[in-house]
Design a protein around this ligand. Structure first.
Ligand code: BYC
Length: 323
């Protein structure tokens, strides 16, 4: 990759324009861009930004659910939750690896997270207060993630698109286990139903925020759509998520906490109320309910894991030495 970037620095203005044209033609023809291919520097940087933030989201997202592993109500629930949280860690690893194919360095990505330069999904800055939150997270958060990631399976960068295939399969299991927890609670006592509704009320609006700002406010959308990094806009995906979730909520008797929610015969979609964008901005700029706690935990875990990274590096150098 360093070599490819170096070559791009040596191109004349005319050669650069031609290379960019060829690159865009490839994108327009639905061909994938692969790690060794020439790509505009802005495409590479935008992808590293999005993929690394996606990876950070998967890893930070382990914390709200990790909170309930020791308190899961049955051994079976504990095993399922453990598997799910472990899956999220795996997703982070595929995604960091995909970013590395673009020349990004893992340590630099982690430092950007720790310094607050790189973001991660706002949703993970909300606390998981009851067992029903584990249901709400699986149903809504993984549900929102799937809607976004199914679209990303067709993203123009090969390694990112391919990582999405397995991730979506696993997210599908995550979404179902969350919906199943909520379904069961809704069939239970009044207290259990209340607990499910309360969890839903707290996670509904933050889930809608997962799709990012409105298209008109989205800084990266124009270039990301042109380069087919994003295949559908923030608002399109959010609408898709609302439409599918309203029907799922009806089936189990959950009420969506939005008085403006209404079926629109003309558009064939549900209308819904306005998101609290001030809250969104606060949370993504580090001032949500759990931002500090999430980061402190990550910094501590990263420091505690230093010996593992050193051991892996020592093992690798031995393998190279003996190989
Ligand atoms: N939270 O120009 P825009 C999971 C930022 S985890 C925080 O629209 P873009 C799971 C955005 O980064 C799955 N920040 O950006 C894990 C940008 O800031 P910078 C997570 C947000 O990139 C564990 C600025 O706002 N999924 O499933 O074109 C347990 C302007 O936005 C958010 C992904 O990461 C947000 N919600 O579009 C359970 C999907 N929204 O970078 C489940 C991959 C926006 O300029 N990412 N920002 O500082 C994407 O598809 C896109 O990056 C987004 C935003 C749609 C999120």
């Amino acid at each position: 990759m360093e070599r490819v970037r170096h070559m791009s620095n040596q191109l004349s203005t005319e050669q650069l324009a031609q290379a960019e044209q060829r690159f865009q033609a490839k994108i327009d023809a639905e061909e994938k861009i692969e790690p060794g291919d020439w790509m505009p520097e802005a495409y590479r940087r935008n992808l590293i930004r999005q993929i690394s933030q996606h990876a950070h989201s998967e890893v930070i997202g382990m914390q709200p659910e990790g909170n309930w592993i020791t308190r899961a109500p049955t051994l079976n629930r504990k095993a399922v939750l453990l598997a799910k949280v472990q899956d999220e860690g795996g997703h982070g690893l595929y995604l960091y690896s995909a970013a590395e194919t673009l020349g990004a360095d893992r340590q630099t990505m982690i430092e950007a997270l720790h310094k607050g330069v790189a973001k991660y999904a706002s949703i993970f800055n909300y606390p998981s207060l009851t067992w029903a939150d584990i249901g709400a997270i699986g149903w809504l958060v993984d549900g929102a993630a799937i809607v976004n990631q199914i679209s990303l399976q067709r993203t123009s960068y090969g390694p990112y698109a391919r990582s999405m295939v397995r991730i979506c399969k696993e997210e599908s299991f995550h979404q179902r286990q969350g919906y199943q927890i909520m379904t069961l609670l809704m069939k239970g006592s009044d207290e259990q139903r209340q607990m499910a509704q309360d969890a839903f009320n707290r996670f509904w609006w933050p889930s809608l925020m997962m799709f990012g700002p409105h298209d008109a406010e989205s800084a990266h959308s124009a270039s990301s759509m042109k380069w087919k990094i994003k295949r559908q806009s923030n608002d399109e995906l959010r609408q898709k998520f609302v439409d599918q979730t309203v029907r799922q909520a009806e089936v189990i008797g959950i009420t969506i906490p939005d008085p403006k929610l209404a079926w629109n015969e003309e558009t064939g979609h549900y209308d819904f109320g306005e998101i609290d964008w001030e809250e969104f901005q606060r949370v993504i700029s580090g001032d949500g309910p759990c931002n500090r706690q999430r980061m402190q935990n990550h910094i501590r875990a990263h420091a505690e894991g230093a010996w593992v990274r050193e051991a892996v590096a020592a093992y690798e150098s031995k393998q190279i030495g003996t190989g």
